[in-house]
Design a binder for this molecule. Structure first.
Ligand SMILES: C[S@@+](CC[C@H](N)C(=O)[O-])C[C@H]1O[C@@H](n2cnc3c(N)ncnc32)[C@H](O)[C@@H]1O
Ligand SMILES: [Zn+2]
Length: 285
């Protein structure tokens, strides 16, 4: 596990610091109170206590996400995030960036590329996602936890917290951020993939989502930046299948019906991807 991240982690049971040690035939992190957390062969540590009831994205969804992101269709979002992070903390900053609900680690990796002094911690509840995230970047560690519960991160340890199409726990984001830290939240705009919503019967985006996100962070954060990024994508049918398969509609749409509906689309599907990148400072700083 990437050693520079370990001092930023805390035991989910007693909140003490963690160190790495050999445990049986593998490695584990443990605290001074002998609470021990296995590091999986795939490289991520399981810091979820109690074990989460919700398994997160399935292996199939993670596979679809890997294919779609790997083709570069959302590189513009990665660039927007990296640009916002560099503008916020400066290219030479050091410290920790945490992504909550990191999926395959695509976005945290591109932020780490842009910020060579930073170490990364990818948090997710999905084991399939963490297998990818733990190998996504040489300066990134990965941990299994439920983002709705206490995060296994020391108070004030993070310089940047990132949430991209993922759950947001404002109380915990505030606790783990340094006083001069930055929260970056990416949400879809109402135009995001809008042309596909009707024909494919996908979930639509709440038009007030961006404002609802800002309101849910209430008085802990102050929004200091807001950029909208729109890009026109040209997708094949298999790319549309991957796009739907990696997102929230994957839980709601029957695979057979989806295939039929996608078959009815033009051979080259033109659709707009559109996101807000909001940057927030800790209040009172
Ligand atoms: C839509 S995906 C976004 C992944 C990544 N940020 C990206 O955009 O590529 C949402 C991610 O949040 C994870 N997730 C959902 N609920 C979670 C929870 N309660 N705790 C931790 N991760 C969660 C899912 O497993 C999934 O990987
Ligand atoms: Zn402990």
């Amino acid at each position: 596990m990437y050693s520079r991240v370990i001092p930023c982690l805390r035991c989910p049971l007693c909140h003490g610091g963690l160190v790495e040690a050999i445990a049986g035939s593998g490695l584990a992190l443990h605290c001074a109170n002998q609470h021990s957390f296995d590091i999986a062969k795939q490289g991520y540590v399981n810091l979820a206590c109690p074990a989460p009831a919700y398994p997160g994205d399935s292996a199939q969804m993670v596979e679809a996400r890997t294919r779609f992101l790997g083709a570069g269709h959302y590189a513009f979002i990665a660039q927007g995030i990296a640009g916002a992070a560099v503008a916020a903390i400066g290219q030479n900053a050091d410290g920790l960036i945490v992504e909550a609900g990191a999926g395959t680690g695509y976005y945290i990796s591109s932020a780490l590329e842009a910020l060579p002094g930073l170490s990364g911690l990818a948090l997710d509840v999905s084991k399939a996602a963490l297998r990818r995230a733990s190998r996504a970047h040489s300066r990134c560690a990965a941990a299994l936890c439920d983002v709705w519960r206490e995060l296994p991160v020391m108070d004030g340890a993070a310089q940047v917290v990132l949430s991209v199409f993922a759950p947001r726990n404002g109380v915990e984001f505030r606790r783990i951020l340094a006083a001069d830290g930055m929260l970056i939240i990416v949400t879809p705009t109402v135009s995001h993939l809008a042309k596909l919503v009707g024909p494919l019967e996908l979930l639509s985006v709440d038009p007030d989502k961006e404002e609802a996100v800002a309101a849910s962070l209430d008085d802990r954060f102050q929004r200091v930046g807001h950029e909208r990024h729109d890009v026109s994508l040209h997708l094949s049918h298999s790319e549309v299948t991957a796009l739907v398969g990696m997102g929230p509609s994957a839980w709601h749409v029957d695979a057979g019906k989806l295939e039929t509906r996608i078959g009815g689309l033009p051979e080259c599907v033109e659709v707009t991807a559109s996101v807000h990148v909001g940057t927030y400072r800790v209040c009172g700083h």
